[in-house]
Design a protein around this ligand. Sequence first.
Ligand code: B1M
Length: 213
Amino acid sequence: MSDKLEKISDCIKTGNSDDIAKLTQEAVDEGVSISDIMQKGLFAGMDVVGERFKRNDMFIPEVLRSAKAMHASMDVLRPLMTESDTSSTLGTVVMATVQGDLHDIGKNLVGMMLEGAGFNVIDMGIDRTTEDIVAEVKKSKASLLGLSALLTTTMPKMEEVIEALKAEGLRDQVKVMIGGAPVTEDFKNEIGADIYAPNASIASELTVKAVKG
Ligand code: B1M
């Protein structure tokens, strides 16, 4: 493994936003793939943060610093992942983290990958109510809705959104993709969503397949 990846991972663990952008750029310049930077640098570091957080070895302010470092690295990677020709847009995707949930790193990554694949992405951000999400789907005439949840307590909001889409007569017009660490294929089937993606690259692969048929 490139020593840059280890250093990038360390920056996530220690919440070092100052050095991570430079290290990310250096890794890109050395020819390290974006996928390796994300998997072996960013996600590897965040896995350790998650474990420490769970054991109460790390607390919210420190985790927020790690999240900030993650965003600083993603700012360097974003333009490299979204260099697609906008004239070949595959349609509009609305993305949101469901109500009660403040986690956005995974959702942002999925959004970046979808933009890179040629979708027009409307990112509604975090903690979005079911009513707001349904209103945005209606207004934008989106063909795909992406919902993210990182907490077991907010997962039921995904089902609430699907039920609200049905009540508004919009369910047939929009495919619903769900994801986030606690979300599973079984849960997708249980709530009647269309796509479950365990990570951002599979999310991109499955959405392109879904719209191209
Ligand atoms: Co939170 N948190 N957190 N947290 N946090 C988790 C999720 C947790 C597993 C930590 C733990 O205990 N080990 C735990 C949840 C337990 C559970 O419910 N099962 C937890 C908890 C408990 C909490 C709080 C309740 C803590 C507290 O207050 N006591 C609190 C809740 C706040 C709230 O949301 N209301 C809280 C707060 C926070 C911070 C704000 C401090 C911060 C979020 C900052 C931010 O996002 N801007 C935070 C963080 C950073 C984490 C961990 C450490 C990392 C999450 C992350 O960004 N991972 C997390 C532990 C963990 O997951 N290991 C944890 C990196 C990211 C790239 O992965 O988000 O999984 P992920 O996304 C992946 C896939 O899941 C998938 O693709 C992504 C890329 O490959 N994916 C999709 C995600 N969304 C998708 C959507 C799709 C498709 C795929 O289609 C639409």
